[in-house]
Design a protein around this ligand. Structure first.
Ligand code: ZN
Length: 281
């Protein structure tokens, strides 16, 4: 199953078209896509029994974030073996966790304002929680995931890395628009292998990152187990699962995002996001 926000209305994807969920369900579910996650099992059951046809065309630029108001956003650092090598950081024994504040979430085709010359890209697979998770064993981790979407963990590196450790990861990665997600949420059963997904991003037409989630240090079920051992994960929470090698800040020469440049983020089986960056002035 694939769902998305189309012009502010929750939609179910059927082939390349859309079903308006509020209309098709006679108002049982509202147009607010965020309200589907606390009722995920009920919604999945309804969607599985839906027999009508699509009623809307999909205009990509009308797509919004599939999870516009996540209660919590977890993000994982140093979670690909190749990125750990380029940063020179030893592989962590436990997940390295920070947050992106929820108001940084934006859609898959929105323009993003550059607050400085120090903004970097990080393609990431994002897992969306589908039911309350507390002390979940790794073996059951996938059953708590509503679906997967594409994300960018945009990062203002000078702010992120300012000062002595521990540094300012949370705020440096939470400027307005720095947590774009989309274009759709895909349930794990739709993917050939949800533990081995291709991720990549291109800046101004040049490939910057390319890897597979089989390179994870900690798998999605391991992250669910680890995070839920500390606090409850809530329906509609996001888990940014880390980025592979190739980030701009560590390139020789250094490469950051400039005004007018387009960043294309692609995750196989999910789709692509396209963001154009504009200067603050
Ligand atoms: Zn990241």
């Amino acid at each position: 199953m694939r769902i998305f926000d189309l012009g502010g209305r929750a939609a179910l994807g059927i082939e390349d078209k859309a079903v308006d969920i509020e209309t098709a369900s006679d108002g049982r579910f509202t147009a607010d896509i965020q309200e589907l996650y606390p009722r995920w099992e009920e919604f999945r059951t309804w969607a599985a029994g839906f027999t009508g046809g699509p009623d809307r065309e999909v205009v990509p630029t009308a797509l919004g974030a599939p999870v516009p108001r996540p209660p919590q956003v977890f993000a994982i650092g140093v979670n690909y073996r190749d990125h750990a090598a380029e940063t020179g950081i030893d592989l962590p024994e436990r997940p390295m966790v920070f947050t992106k504040f929820p108001a940084a979430v934006t859609g898959p085709y929105d323009d993003i304002v550059l607050p400085s010359e120090n903004v970097d890209f990080e393609v990431e697979l994002v897992a969306v929680i589908g039911r309350r998770a507390r002390n979940v064993p790794e073996s059951e981790g996938w059953s708590y995931i509503a679906g997967l979407t594409a994300g960018q963990d945009l990062s203002e590196r000078a702010v992120q890395l300012a000062g002595p450790a521990p540094q300012q990861y949370n705020i440096g990665k939470s400027f307005e628009g720095f947590a774009p997600i989309g274009p759709v949420l895909v349930t794990p059963d739709e993917l050939d292998d949800p533990d081995d997904i291709e991720v990549s991003c291109h800046l101004a037409g040049e490939q910057m990152q390319h890897s597979r989630t089989s390179q994870f240090v900690f798998t999605i079920p391991q992250l669910v187990a680890s995070l839920s051992s500390v606090l409850p994960l809530l329906p509609g929470d996001l888990v940014f699962t880390g980025t592979p090698g190739g980030v701009g800040w560590l390139r020789e020469p250094r490469r950051t995002i400039g005004p007018g440049e387009e960043l294309v983020t692609t995750i196989s089986g999910i789709g692509e996001m396209r963001h154009r960056f504009v200067s603050a002035g």
